[in-house]
Design a protein. Structure first.
Length: 306
């Protein structure tokens, strides 16, 4: 159980959570939950770019031990993998879930039971993976779970391509933001994720998340309870544009930002048929990113071995 009191308990007590749920569900009538703003009516299960309908869809849920140490801790992160995504990354390692739609629709009551189940497993938090399309439904499940004793920190684990209005509904609800910072180059983001405005959106996303929760805070056991942790996957041929991205974090977000720099890229999904992506990152490519990290004095976080 957490050693702090989540802000969402107070928002629930004063009726603010319920107000946000009402506003968020209204948005589903002409969906603008994410930056795609497809304007489709999800109440009638019309599908926009992400293919999400009215009910949340879930691929799996359980205690997960593969996140960064302050997230997984000893008992694991209570991870819920939501189906679908608002990006089309050609190298996505979870493409059966994100792009092929492998998952099962659940009711709000069932999602509520999943939250309570993960708490009963003594998970350190509930980790909402790619839940951007389902923010109204997640808030509705949280409202039902709170009177039943739910009080774990909430982790918003996302691709970093978020609507500012949606993020503001989550202010005081989400304790830990765990976004990707994928690209700093418009052409690369369009070519490999069908999101030409990714860098513009991602910068605003990171700034808003940091405004809400600040730098990552750990409890006395070293478990994250609040704050921002940014992930960056280094790609071959500097496709991610890592260096400008790190400069932005250092100068505009915070020098104390916790970063997870990942070398684990491996060709998956469509990347196997794209020559520039059909290989792993070289030591030289990865070293250039780590050198820049040190030059900028971004000293907090984790560097994966290559």
């Amino acid at each position: 159980m957490p050693t702090f009191i989540p802000s969402y308990l107070e928002l629930h007590r004063h009726g603010i959570l319920h107000q946000r749920i009402t506003q968020a569900y209204q948005q589903l009538k002409n969906c603008a939950i994410c930056p795609r703003s497809c304007q489709i009516d999800r109440f009638h299960n019309n599908n926009g770019f992400c293919h999400a309908g009215l009910l949340p869809e879930i691929s799996s849920f359980n205690a997960h031990f593969g996140e960064e140490p302050p997230i997984s801790g000893v008992h694991g992160s209570g991870t819920i993998f939501f189906t679908h995504c608002n990006l089309r990354c050609v190298f996505c390692q979870n493409y059966p879930i994100s792009q092929l739609g492998n998952g099962t629709a659940v009711t709000i009551e069932e999602l509520t039971r999943i939250l309570l189940f993960l708490q009963s497993k003594k998970c350190h938090n509930v980790n909402l993976v790619t839940g951007a399309m389902y923010v109204p439904q997640i808030l509705a499940a949280l409202e039902q779970a709170i009177p039943k004793g739910f009080c774990l920190p909430l982790v918003y684990n996302c691709g970093g391509y978020e609507s500012l209005e949606t993020l503001r509904w989550l202010d005081g609800i989400i304790d830990i933001y765990l976004p990707d910072a994928k690209y700093s180059d418009q052409a690369m983001a369009e070519k490999y994720s069908q999101a030409p405005d990714y860098w513009q959106i991602n910068q605003a996303t990171l700034l808003e998340m940091h405004r809400q929760v600040g730098d990552l805070q750990l409890d006395k056991e070293g478990i994250a309870v609040k704050g921002l942790l940014i992930r960056h996957l280094v790609l071959p041929e500097n496709i991610a544009g890592s260096l400008p991205l790190l400069e932005f974090i250092a100068t505009r977000v915070s020098l104390q930002t916790q970063l997870s720099i990942m070398s684990q890229y491996s060709p998956r999904h469509l990347a196997c048929g794209i020559p520039e992506l059909n290989r792993q990152v070289t030591k030289k490519e990865y070293a250039a990113v780590i050198d820049k990290l040190k030059q900028l004095n971004l000293n907090n976080g984790w560097i994966q071995e290559i």
